[in-house]
Design a protein around this ligand. Structure first.
Ligand code: ATP
Length: 438
């Protein structure tokens, strides 16, 4: 099936996000901070739903997966051992005329500066991406710490802690959702490249001889995840890294890419990291991170398959994918065709007139008790209220009308099909359950 054209642009998404309370530039009233954003009520709710779906999918695989919540402030020695202190950097060039700064690997240095039209560049030099800070009152090399640029390292340094304290055995995974910070040279495209963002990472530990098949296993799991999110799979592709793209320690790597309006870009990285990370910590911390296998009476350092996706980048992807504009009854509307389990509001309850308020609130209370995010809206015509909900992706509106008191039913109006059906109030919970599981 060909992908539906949806006329979406970055500007439309940014504007909708601000207008409806998904995302605001941070410290807006002071002019914002480049690459840093605050999530408003709807953005917060949608982010929570994304994280819930990610965690749920992990919990359903046939292997043990446990979660941790590591510290954001990181030890100098840990980031040194991982290789980040020395080499977590991007190449940077400046235009000598207008002083605009670029990532050297993102532009063509044979061409002129797109900002001023001149062709005069500085030499490319490495720009360190980690945010450095001093921990404690002393300001010397020993007190230098870092805001983590990825969540993965706290998983590796806790590998033995988790193995020794939980009832898990190889093969098993440790997952983590948390903030990461990178002093990106050119934050851009809204939530696509930020300086403060959130990651959902899984490090899956296995026997070396099983690592190739687990790499394939995780690739297919991740494919299913995006399918379950309801993304247009024509706009998703899995791109295997060529030999010369791979990090020296990495055996295989696949980027999950999405076709954004600004091109095919990485959404998630799936990497076969071998024993590199654990071995680095074994060498630097002089601690044994190998595991002993009873059957063969031998020790080995497990291999790792990593899957890593940015919450914010996925959030942006879902908005791009869900955005539609159409005309209903001669009026134009904008809608987000989000999966019901991702939509920030799952149902709106709309009393036809103010007089029906009490009944509407009873329904809201009932649905909230069952764990649904519900919104009440009594202002303006019903058509206007539907459009307000369509724009934030609410999959269904329940209208309370004069017959509700008599037949105990409300009218359910579907965001995508516009179909309207009468449903008994005591079946609303089931109705929503079916919708969310679709
Ligand atoms: P890129 O090539 O886009 O800089 P990367 O290969 O450095 O990304 P990873 O280190 O593999 O990214 O990070 C894993 C995931 O974290 C990415 O696929 C992306 O979803 C997310 N991510 C990385 N950097 C950012 C950022 N600056 N802003 C938002 N999300 C990010």
């Amino acid at each position: 099936m060909a992908s539906e054209k949806n006329n979406v642009t970055l500007e439309k998404i940014v504007s909708l996000c601000k207008r409806r309370g998904f995302v605001f530039p941070t410290a807006d009233m002071y002019g914002g901070l480049n690459g840093v954003y605050d999530f408003g009520p709807l953005g917060y709710a949608m982010k929570q739903n994304i994280k819930k779906m990610w965690t749920k999918q992990l919990s359903l695989v046939d292997h043990d997966i446990v979660m941790i919540d590591g510290a954001i402030l990181g030890h100098h020695a840990m980031w040194s051992a991982s290789g980040h202190v020395d080499s977590f950097s991007d190449p940077m060039v400046d235009c000598l005329i207008c002083k605009k700064r670029y990532r050297a690997d993102e532009i063509n240095l044979e061409k002129a500066c797109v900002h001023c039209g001149n062709h005069s560049w500085t030499e490319a030099r490495q720009f360190k991406l980690m945010f450095e800070t001093q921990i404690g009152a002393m300001s010397d090399a020993a007190s230098t710490g870092y805001l983590r640029p990825e969540t993965a390292q706290s998983i590796f340094v806790n590998f033995k802690n988790v193995l020794g304290s939980s009832r898990v055995k190889i093969p098993f995974g440790i997952g983590q959702i948390g903030k990461a910070f990178r002093n990106e040279i050119t934050p851009k495209q809204f939530l696509f490249r930020m300086r403060e963002f959130e990651q959902m990472e899984l490090e899956f530990f296995c026997k070396p001889e099983e690592s190739d098949s687990f790499f394939d296993f995780w690739k297919s799991e991740r494919y299913l995840f995006y399918k379950q999110l309801g993304l247009d799979m024509e706009r998703i592709r899995f791109r295997d890294h060529a030999e010369n793209e791979l990090a020296h320690y990495s055996k295989k790597c696949t980027d999950v890419e999405y076709e954004f309006p600004f091109g095919w870009k990485e959404l998630e990285g799936i990497a076969h990291r071998g024993s590199f990370d654990l071995q680095q910590h074994i060498d630097h911390a002089k601690k044994d991170l190998s595991v002993f296998e009873e059957a063969t009476r031998q020790s080995y350092v497990p291999h790792v398959v990593e899957t890593s996706v940015g919450v914010d980048r996925l959030f942006l992807t879902l908005l791009f994918d869900a955005y539609r504009e159409d005309t209903v009854d001669g009026e134009s509307r904008t809608l987000l065709r989000l999966h019901p389990a991702i939509a920030p509001v799952q149902a709106a309850v709309l009393p036809l007139v103010k007089k029906l308020d009490t009944e509407a609130h009873k329904i809201i209370k009932h649905l909230k008790k069952h764990g649904y995010a519900v919104q009440y809206d009594a202002s303006g015509s019903i058509g206007k209220r539907y459009r307000r909900q369509d724009e934030i992706g609410t999959p269904v509106c329940f209208t309370v009308d004069f017959e509700t008191a008599e037949d105990g039913k409300v009218t359910a109006r579907n965001r995508d099909t516009l179909e309207q059906v009468r449903i008994p109030i005591d079946e609303l919970d089931h109705y929503l359950q079916v919708l969310m599981a679709a």
